[in-house]
Design a protein around this ligand. Structure first.
Ligand code: SF4
Length: 346
């Protein structure tokens, strides 16, 4: 989102392009970004920071569809004006990476000296649900908590809500256990040490990076000097910081579709609560899933289950793109699917 906001404002200004004419596609390991990009907080002035989100797996599928062999692609540098990448930024992909990058900055700020050695803060790395660390700088103690896996944040959140001083100077929370390397948009890990290996790749890139601290990346320094002014400036807060507001209601078809992948544009949802299960909803799920697969429509139509807690009338609860449909409508999808989809988009 920050990159999208920067491109739509800073790059648009540099290139003399109206930001409405820029289309930003974000390729990430994160499925949640699809939803996040469609939230109203990320469309100031009615122009979205990020227009479309592809997961890394979707990008690989596109490469595959175009019959491109990835091993034949020549790696290239990123483009100006965002060419340089710091090792600290690379570490963001694993749990503890954001905290480690912030510590590299905090130690320099507090000591007033350039941090040349001991750039590694290994105590915040790893896969534990909650890592706590105290770093001593200039006689001061920095207390850091790193949460991996959203459910592990609950304990800290409950204490904060209860008004307790948890005593941390910095709390990093990564929703996926292990961080973005375990994001649901990545390939599902097949081996027990897959995540450790992914983490190690990031650590190795950081170690061999020309710039290992965010604050020494020349492109970032130029960006702040020429555009944002300084960290936490009014413009930086406006474009890079977010406050979420509760949202109640339906985002509507267009917003939902915007957040969808390049392929999956329709979605069946079948309830598997006890009542629906007793009426055969699990078998129906299998039936729809098989029909979609046989029709080779699985790249465009997903089938998922939901377990509704509230009482719902009628037979098995089933929706297409959020609209309830009759069970009979899905019995012969070979014939009915085009009509169903047409009705769903109206
Ligand atoms: S930790 Fe998971 S949910 Fe959070 S940004 Fe990374 S991939 Fe997305």
């Amino acid at each position: 989102m920050m990159m999208g906001a920067t491109v739509k404002n800073h790059f648009a200004q540099l290139a003399g392009i109206d930001k409405k004419d820029l289309y930003v596609v974000s390729i990430v390991p994160c499925i949640a970004k699809k939803y996040e990009a469609s939230r109203p907080e990320f469309a100031p002035d009615g122009v979205r920071d990020v227009d479309a989100v592809l997961t890394t797996m979707e990008m690989l599928e596109m490469v595959d569809l175009k019959l491109i062999d990835p091993s034949t692609i020549e790696p290239q540098d990123f483009c100006e004006p965002y060419k340089q990448v710091s090792g600290a930024g690379i570490l963001f992909g694993a749990s503890g990476g954001v905290a480690e990058a912030a510590l590299r900055m905090a130690v320099e700020k507090l000591t007033g000296k350039v941090l040349a050695d001991q750039l590694d803060f290994k105590e915040v790395r790893g896969f534990a649900g909650l890592k706590e660390s105290t770093v001593e700088v200039n006689g001061k103690e920095l207390h850091v908590a790193v949460v991996s896996g959203l459910h592990n944040a609950e304990l800290i959140v409950e204490k904060i809500i209860a008004g307790e001083d948890v005593g941390y100077d910095l709390i990093e929370v990564m929703a996926c256990p292990g961080g973005c390397i375990a994001g649901a948009g990545h390939a599902v890990p097949e081996k027990i040490d897959t995540l450790q290996k992914r983490q190690q790749v990031l650590i190795n890139i950081d170690k061999t990076s020309k710039y290992r601290k965010s604050q020494e990346d020349p492109d970032i320094l130029r960006l702040y000097r020429d555009f944002y002014g300084e960290p936490n400036s009014e413009l930086a807060r406006k474009l890079l910081h977010t406050h979420y507001s509760p949202f109640h209601g339906d985002y509507g078809q267009s917003a939902r579709r915007m957040g969808d992948s390049a392929y999956v544009t329709h979605e069946f949802t079948i309830c598997t609560c006890d009542k629906c299960t007793s009426r055969g909803s699990k078998e129906l799920f299998g039936n729809i899933y098989t029909q979609i697969k046989e029709m080779k429509m699985d790249a465009f139509v997903t089938v998922k289950t939901i377990r509704l807690k509230e009482n719902h009338p009628g037979s098995i609860y089933i929706t297409l793109d959020g609209k309830q449909i009759e069970e009979s409508a899905v019995q012969n999808l070979n014939q009915n699917l085009p009509k169903l989809i047409l009705t769903s988009v109206q």
